[in-house]
Design a binder for this molecule. Structure first.
Ligand SMILES: [Fe+2]
Length: 200
């Protein structure tokens, strides 16, 4: 018998780990620092953010997930155009995803998620999904974890931007993307050739 760990299964496992790590006993309350600043900038206020997040989680039709994510590019999924990022792309967004999909597929950095598959809440809340979402937001969310994820996402986005900028400059100057590596390859080829002739 063969067992296949499908892509969907792996995504679901990743989503669940991410979900469990989004919580802690005695969580909830209000975030602080950078995270709070960005929430206030991008949603108007923390209260507005909570409302929007709850609404997204409550209205994800059927099984799926609601997410807070850091969006650091203008990736357009429909026509696969990915222009250079700009300051205004660096924002927090609330997104919903069906089934096992997560925001990594849109090239967003996930910061927080809630599982709104029925199995996640049915035992405790039956069909009262909004109650489950409220408890999650008010008593369980670990804002420290979300803050740490935001810092990592920003660092990763900055790194990527520098890398893209470097590549763009090289293209503009008409250089091969990695000149040194090309030289190494050539030397290796010549060396190998010499070795062959010595062996004969
Ligand atoms: Fe689940």
């Amino acid at each position: 018998m063969f067992f296949f760990l499908s892509f969907t299964t792996r995504l679901q496992a990743w989503n669940h780990d991410f979900f469990w790590e989004s919580m802690k006993p005695g969580g909830g309350g209000k975030p602080s620092g950078d995270l709070l600043d960005l929430i206030e900038r991008d949603f108007g206020s923390f209260e507005r953010f909570i409302e929007e997040f709850k609404a997204a989680a409550a209205t994800q039709f059927g099984s799926g997930w609601a997410w807070l994510a850091y969006k650091a590019n203008r990736l357009d999924v429909e026509n696969a155009v990915n222009p250079w990022p700009s300051e205004k792309d660096k924002e927090l967004v609330i997104v919903k995803s069906p089934n096992a999909v997560n925001p990594l597929v849109w090239d967003y950095f996930p910061l927080l998620t809630i599982d709104v598959w029925e199995h996640a809440y049915y035992l405790d809340f039956q069909n009262r999904r909004p109650d489950y979402i409220s408890v999650f937001m008010e008593k369980l969310v670990s804002w420290e974890t979300v803050n740490t994820r935001l810092e990592k996402a920003k660092a990763r986005a900055a790194e990527r931007e520098m890398e893209e900028e470097r590549r763009r400059k090289e293209e503009e100057e008409g250089k091969p993307t990695n000149e040194e590596e090309d030289d190494d390859d050539l030397e290796m080829y010549v060396d190998n050739d010499n070795d062959d002739s010595e062996a004969e």
